[in-house]
Write a protein that binds this ligand. Sequence first.
Ligand code: GAL
Length: 369
Amino acid sequence: MKKGFKSISLLLVVMVFATILAACGKNGSGGEVSVGIVLPTKDEPRWVQDEQRFKDALSGTKYTTEILFSQGSSAKEKENVETLINKGIDVLIICPQDGAAAAAAVEAAKEEGIKVISYDRLITNTEAVDYYVTFDSLAVGAAQAQYLVDNAKGAGEPLYLYAGAASDNNAFLFFEGAWKVLQPKIADGTFVIANSSEAEALKDKAELSRDELGKIIGQVTTNWDANEAKNKAQTHLTAASADLKGDVAILAPNDGTARSIADVFASDSAVSSFAVTGQDAEKASIQYIIDSKQSMTVFKDVRTLVTDAMGMAVSILDGKSPETTGSYNNGTIDVPAKQTNVIVVDQANVKKELVDSAYYKAEDFQNLK
Ligand code: GAL
């Protein structure tokens, strides 16, 4: 009898607490966390870099934030968003693992009145995205391609194409930007496509539709995975005839894949030289550039992206409307966006752009001149 009474009162206490928590949690300053941040994976240095830059930017602010990683899983990502919704967030900053699959997660946030900022990668085919902060991804691809054009060694140079993950809208933008620069140089005989029958079939088309881009990306995707990139490069070089070796050009979509593709090409004695692109200015690739093992990278100053994302979040929390510079169509709506420029880095300016700018420390590298 006494025992029963105790558990009823305990239950009452729990219920009262739950009600208070629920009341505090929604759309008010009473929530435990005001801005929730969800990043795709800790397995790629790019996103660990973003986490650190968020932490640097947030130290000393009055806003409470929490950063969760989805570890390459859309299911985990949805769970992360639900956790943050339950903590009473007012703004969600999210970089999706898979742009289309993330729609369900942000729709759940939207239903709770939370504002959603798509971070770096656009969430597609949903109305539940309020803002987008991004680098100029078409310019990233164009800069990579221009580098290969500028460093081409005469006519008929074999061109190896690699792309990001087809589940990432950016992979389409990067490749689209690159194709616009490369296609005329394939048409005039500067380059010969070495590893993609899909690109070969489309080589006379200056403008590719999303479906056409999808065909090429589907064939030469790395899935943003360094191992997959390595395996593909090995398969391509094993299949390549002697005339597709010698001096070659390689479009690699980012630094992680560039390093593993470069290692494979470096170990083939029939490849006499190669130019290989990258993206993200990862520390390991900066060392590769210093050591002449990777030709270039596209530096995306994550400090700016973080500042823009947090600036938007704070405007929203203060009841103001965030500044935007344009918009991106996500398949359903035009999402108001803030876009940041990128910087091409190679051996000539690596010190100036990455060390003198205080992005990295000189002691992070060896033989930096
Ligand atoms: C892209 C991102 C790149 C790159 C890649 C792999 O969406 O814009 O910077 O890191 O994902 O994670």
